[in-house]
Design a protein around this ligand. Sequence first.
Ligand SMILES: [Zn+2]
Ligand SMILES: [Zn+2]
Length: 160
Amino acid sequence: MHMASASHHSHAPTPVGEQHARRLLRSHGLRCTAPRLAVLSVLGRSRDHGHLTVAQIQQSLTATGHDVDLTTVYRTVSTLVEANVLHALVIDERITSYGPTDIPHHHAVCTRCGAINEVPSEHLTAALAEARTGSHFALPDTAGLTLHGLCPACQQDAEH
Ligand SMILES: [Zn+2]
Ligand SMILES: [Zn+2]
C-alpha cells in the first residue's frame, strides 16, 4: 500500500501507522526502538495540525500512557533529524518544532495564532523553481519555502 506512488494521491493523508514507522526507521538504517516508534506515532497523528515541539511531543506521549522524559524525547528527535526521518522547523528563534520528512512539503505559518500547516511540495513545484532562480539559494523540497498569512480559523475570526 505504501508504495512511492502513495504520496501522489492528494486525498486524506495516510496516518503514520506502526508498520509505516518501522519501515521508515529501517530504510534510514535505524533500529526500531520504543521511543522512536512512539515519537513517530505522535507526529503521524498530529500531521493535520502541523508540527510539534519537543515539549508537545512529550506531553502527548505522557497523555497516552508513555512514560518518557523530556531528555529522552529530545535525544530521540535529534537522532531522527540527523537521519533525516524528521526535519526541524524554526519559525521564530525561540521555538523549534519537528515534522516527518516522508512526504515532501513546505509550510504555511499563521501570523496570528502560529498554526503551522503542511503544503505538499507537488503544489509548489513551479514556485520553488522560481524561488531558486530568484534567490540563487539551494532550496530543498522539504521546508524550502515558508508561507506566512492567516490560517482558516483566523480568517473566520477576522470576518466577525
Ligand atoms: Zn515540515
Ligand atoms: Zn491562525
